[in-house]
Design a protein around this ligand. Structure first.
Ligand code: KG4
Ligand code: ZN
Length: 340
C-alpha cells in the first residue's frame, strides 16, 4: 500500500511516499530554517503562511521523486497533533482536501507516536521497548507496548530538551538552528570547562522527569560561578559543557527507567536524537548494559513526512478512517502518565 504522509506541525514542510509502512520511496523535507533565521526562532504565523505556499509543490515533488503516478496512492496520513496550531491546520486541511478529491482513505497521525515509529523505517524492532522522545517541543520517556499504546513514565517539568538547546544558542548568539549549532561547536570544546548543576528531582515522583530551567539559568546568567579554574570561557566550551549536562540529564532518567522496568530495548526519536553526544551515549548504554538500542539516521530524527506515512499505514491497514471533521490540536493528549 502506497501512503502519502504529510507533516506540517512546526517549521518543516514535509511530504513522503512510503510503501507498506517501511519502504521510503520519497521523503521531501522543505525546511523553513532560512525563513525564520532573522528572528532566531520559529514565528508561528510566518510558519503557517509558508506551509500554505509550499505544501502543494512539496506534494508534487514527493510524488515525482517516488517515481509513481498520483493514481497509485492508496491512502493519506497527516499529522494532526501536537504542534503549532496554524501550521497543523494547513497540513490537515490539505490532507482532507486531497484525500476527498481523490477518494482516498485518510488517517490522522500523532506526531509523538510518529517520532517513536521513525526508527522502524530502518530497523525491525519488537515491542515492548523503552521509548525516548526528545525534540524541540517534547521530552518524554515512555514504555511503548504497541504502535499506538504508550505509557508515559517521565517528561519535562518545564522546557523541552531541544528548546533548551535553542534558547542557549540564541542567548549566546551561537547560530541558528540552535541544536545543530551547539552540537557543531561542542566538537571542538571542552565539556569539563563548566560544571553545571544537575537538578535533583530524579527521586520520588520525579524519578523519570527532567527539568531544564535551572540549567538554562545557570548557563545564561551564572556562567562564571560554574567555570572550573584555569578553563576558558569560549563559545566552544560553553556549548560542550551545556550539551554534556543537558544530555546526561536525559541519560540518567533513562537509566532509572531501564532499571525499574527491566526492559532490554531502547528506541529513541525526535530532533535532539540527531545530537552526536546523545548518539554516542546511546551506543555506550548499549555496550555497557548489553541492550538493544535503536535510533534513526539524521534525516529521520527531525520532522519528516516518512514517519507519518509509515505509522499511518498501520492505521489504514487495519481499516481506520478519519472523518472529514478531523481537526488539528496543539496539545499533547491521549496518553496515560504513570508515576512509579
Ligand atoms: O523533532 P524536531 O524536528 O521538531 C519537533 O518536533 O520539535 O526537533 C527539533 C529540535 C530543535 O529544538 C533542534 O534544536 C533540535 O531538535 N536538534 C538538535 C540537533 N538537531 C536538531 N539538538 C541537539 N543536537 C542536534 N544535533
Ligand atoms: Zn518533531
Amino acid at each position: 500500500m502506497l501512503v502519502l504522509g504529510i507533516e506540517s506541525s512546526c517549521d518543516e514542510c514535509s511530504v513522503a511516499v512510503v510503501e507498506d509502512g517501511r519502504r521510503i520511496l520519497s521523503n521531501v523535507v522543505a525546511t523553513q530554517v532560512d525563513v525564520h533565521r532573522p528572528y532566531s526562532g520559529v514565528v508561528p504565523e510566518i510558519a503557517s503562511r509558508t506551509h500554505t505556499e509550499w505544501i502543494l509543490p512539496v506534494v508534487r515533488t514527493a510524488i515525482k521523486q517516488a517515481g509513481i503516478d498520483e493514481t497509485m496512492l492508496e491512502g493519506v496520513a497527516v499529522t494532526y497533533r501536537p504542534g503549532l496550531i496554524g501550521s497543523l491546520l494547513v497540513g490537515v486541511s490539505f490532507g482532507k482536501a486531497y484525500a476527498y478529491s481523490r477518494a482516498l482513505p485518510m488517517v490522522g497521525v500523532d506526531h509523538i507516536l510518529a517520532h517513536l515509529y521513525a526508527p522502524q523505517l530502518e530497523f525491525e524492532i519488537e515491542y515492548p521497548f523503552l521509548g525516548l522522545l526528545v525534540s524541540g517541543g517534547h521530552t518524554i520517556i515512555c514504555v511503548a507496548k504497541d504502535i499506538d499504546d504508550i505509557e508515559i513514565l517521565g517528561t519535562t517539568i518545564d522546557d523541552a530538551c531541544g528548546e533548551a538547546f535553542d534558547k542557549i544558542a540564541k542567548f549566546y548568539d551561537l547560530g541558528y538552528p540552535g541544536g545543530v549549532a551547539i552540537d557543531r561547536l561542542a566538537q571542538s570544546g571542552d565539556a569539563e570547562a563548566f560544571d553545571f548543576p544537575h537538578p535533583s528531582l530524579h527521586k520520588g515522583d520525579h524519578r523519570y522527569d527532567v527539568s531544564y530551567s535551572g540549567l538554562k539559568t545557570a548557563v545564561a546568567n551564572q556562567l562564571e560561578q560554574f567555570r572550573r579554574p584555569g578553563r576558558e570561557r569560549s563559545p566552544e566550551n560553553i556549548a560542550a559543557s551545556f550539551q554534556r549536562a543537558a544530555i546526561e540529564m536525559l541519560v540518567s532518567r533513562l537509566e532509572n527507567a531501564l532499571e525499574d522496568t527491566g526492559l532490554k530495548r531502547v528506541v529513541a526519536g525526535g530532533g535532539v536524537v540527531a545530537n552526536s553526544y546523545l548518539r554516542k551515549r546511546l551506543l555506550e548504554i548499549k555496550e555497557g548494559r548489553g541492550l538493544e538500542t535503536y535510533f534513526p539516521s539524521l534525516k529521520l530524527c527531525t520532522d519528516n513526512g516518512a514517519m507519518i506515512a509509515g505509522l499511518g499505514y498501520h492505521y489504514l491497514a487495519r481499516g481506520e478512517r478519519a472523518a472529514l471533521s478531523l481537526t488539528a490540536s496543539a496539545r499533547v493528549t491521549g496518553f496515560r502518565k504513570t508515576y512509579p
